[in-house]
Design a protein around this ligand. Structure first.
Ligand code: BG6
Length: 496
């Protein structure tokens, strides 16, 4: 079933996110027959393009970044007829009549009242002004079919996120607001719900009685990719932990939902955020480590340090790596540490989650075998590997009782082929057109997530790091992060 007729206005239509992600996603939806029978996409931006040049630019992005690069022939022509460019200054109220006119024209042409979707993919400082101007358009009072999609970052801290929520909620109702966290659109992230709640096997063990600790890693090999201006005011904690990592942690830690209702799932997730222990300032140094990459080498090439990147202050104190030990203070998770880490310019691009189980209560095997003994682990690889592995002990064939840790692996690509997975933005854009907000952030979730990271951000802001830069490119981050987890008798799990 296709979604109802829709018009998608993309603010930031000439920007990078649209070029790399949104347009390729919309085009893939079109190829898969998921776009509505009647649809229009209008890119809005200040740069000047005519429709032809704008379509060419989007095609260029698709050819470079789409998961289905080779499939433009024939279909692109059909798709591109639905794409328009509106050159306008989003800060000029009068210019918004172009939007109303556009909607009116489509309504007349199609003979139906379409969904009107405003996608805000703009610098955070522009968001309030745009939301305000959109809010005063008549068509935004239509709670049923007008929606606004807000890209991250959602605020710079708790206060600004709260203000943005207040502003949006004074113009739109919560059901109209779709706050994006693209990690929630990833297939392997959504599969966490299936793994946990469609199986009887794991859930009985999924608690403090059987789990020793949990690790979540989201390491990247890229550096700034020309985003110095944004990143310098953000840092790893704001850029990755406040949103993506905490959302993944919610899916790992939440209680079972009663139904798939958007609010039911979001209620269960926000319970986790509310239960995460808020550190007092004197505890931050024991539980959080920050890092910044130095100049060095990657694959035989010289790589610049963070402080040498374009748009970055040569004395910058912005962290490009963050590791935090969280506790979830509720019945299920009391005493189980969640170690999370993320960083730029690290050794490997990998997002994965590992649950390490407790030791068996009694070890009856010969003492020699203890050397090769390893505790059970369940590892869920989100990307780029997409698999789930269980580590357990097996008897090595032979006349003595010797044990080896072995693995059972489920691999998405092997099971479904390697073109099975829609990109996160495909799923999320389709959900917006269908009016399903399950995978989007509700106002209280965003604020609860900010409350988790605020004490760390404030403490870090008040103390200049003395050891920056403190990790080389192509490494696993600063030594202090290894020391933090080693104090608990553990080590970071780096998958091969
Ligand atoms: C974005 C961050 O939200 O997520 C980027 O702003 C980061 O800094 C990106 O690189 C990572 O996303 P993915 O899907 O590549 O893991």
């Amino acid at each position: 079933k296709r979604p109802p007729a829709s018009i998608i206005f993309i603010f930031g239509g000439s920007g990078d996110l649209n070029y790399r992600k949104l347009s390729p996603a919309l085009y893939n939806l079109f190829l898969d027959n998921y776009m509505p029978e009647k649809f229009a996409i209008a890119g809005i931006g200040r740069s000047s393009y005519d429709n032809g040049a704008y379509r060419d630019r989007l095609l260029d992005g698709i050819q470079k970044f789409s998961r289905r690069k080779g499939e433009q022939n024939g279909h692109w022509n059909d798709f591109s007829q639905h794409v328009t460019y509106l050159q306008m200054d989003a800060e000029d109220r009068a210019a918004y009549s172009a939007i109303t006119d556009f909607v009116k024209a489509k309504e007349e042409e199609w003979g139906v009242h379409p969904n009107v979707i405003f996608y805000l993919s703009v610098a955070p400082q522009l968001m309030p002004a745009i939301a305000q101007k959109l809010g005063s358009l008549n068509l935004c009072s239509d709670k049923h079919s007008t929606r606004i999609v807000v890209e991250k970052p959602f605020g710079h801290d708790l206060q600004s996120a709260h203000e943005l929520n207040e502003l949006l909620l004074s113009m739109f109702s919560e059901e109209q607001i779709y706050r994006i966290d693209h990690y929630l659109g990833k297939e392997t992230v959504q599969n966490l719900i299936a793994l946990r709640f469609a199986n009887a096997l794991f859930e009985p063990l999924w608690n403090r009685n059987y789990i020793d600790h949990i690790q979540i890693t989201a390491s990247e090999t890229v550096g700034l990719e020309g985003r110095g201006g944004y990143y310098e005011n953000s840092g790893a904690l704001r850029d990755m932990v406040q949103n993506h990592i905490l959302q993944v942690m919610c899916l790992i830690a939440m209680e079972a939902p009663v139904s798939f209702d958007a609010n039911e799932i979001r209620n269960k997730k926000v319970d986790v955020l509310n239960a995460i222990r808020k550190f007092t300032k004197d505890k931050i140094h024991e539980n959080a480590v920050r890092g910044q990459y130095s100049a060095g080498w990657r694959k035989g090439q010289e790589a610049p340090g963070y402080r040498e990147e374009k748009g970055v202050d040569p004395q910058s104190a912005t962290e490009t790596y963050a590791a935090v030990k969280f506790y979830v203070d509720n019945w299920r998770w009391q005493g189980v540490p969640f170690y999370v880490r993320t960083g730029k310019n690290m050794h490997q691009k990998a997002t994965n989650i590992t649950l390490q189980f407790r030791q068996p209560p009694h070890y009856a095997f010969p003492t020699e075998s203890a050397e090769t003994f390893r505790p059970n682990r369940l590892t869920i690889s989100i990307q780029p590997e997409m698999d789930i592995r269980i580590r357990f002990q097996a008897k090595r064939p032979g006349q003595s009782m010797e044990l080896d840790p072995v693995e059972m692996v489920f691999n998405f690509d092997r099971q479904y082929g390697d073109d099975h997975a829609p990109e996160a933005y495909e799923t999320l854009l389709l959900d917006v057109m269908e009016g399903d907000a399950t995978l989007f952030m509700r106002a209280d979730q965003v604020e609860a997530a900010w409350k988790v990271v605020m004490p760390i951000l404030e403490t870090w802001a008040s103390r200049t790091p003395v050891d920056f830069p403190n990790y080389p490119p192509d490494s696993w981050g600063p030594e202090d992060a290894d020391a933090m987890i080693a104090r608990d008798g553990h080590a970071w799990i780096n998958l091969p």
